[in-house]
Design a protein. Structure first.
Length: 122
């Protein structure tokens, strides 16, 4: 088959559209990484702070009640539950963005002729 008569694969973009797509893609990737890293790290930081504070309260005097440690364990359980919930939403968001990367941006940067275009129906 002649290369000149071959039908273009993927969306036909001008140079300006390609640069615009690439710049938005890069900005979104950086913002997404920073946002989710901050959200997931915040719960871990709170858990470490709570354990340190309650251990210092519990071990500060000989007459400190042991219930403080039980309270610390319950707070850690709550923070772990919050972390798991955030990670579930993060995983859903990551899968959705990854699908967009695979089916839209991948076709712009490296078009595949036999790629299924019904990904928007999912």
């Amino acid at each position: 088959m002649n290369d000149a008569s071959a039908k273009p694969v993927g969306p036909v973009l001008s140079s300006a559209e390609r640069v615009n797509t690439l710049s938005h893609f890069h900005r979104a990737e950086i913002a997404r990484m920073a946002g989710w890293r901050d959200r997931l790290d915040l719960t871990t930081n709170w858990a470490i702070t709570v354990v340190a504070a309650l251990l210092s309260v519990s071990l500060s005097t000989a007459s400190a009640h042991h219930g403080v440690l039980l309270f610390a364990m319950l707070l850690i359980l709550l923070l772990l539950w919050i972390e798991a919930r955030r990670y579930r939403f993060f995983d859903f968001y990551r899968a959705r963005v990854r699908q967009f990367e695979r089916h839209y941006f991948a076709q712009i940067f490296s078009p595949q002729p036999d790629f299924a275009s019904d990904w928007l129906l999912i």
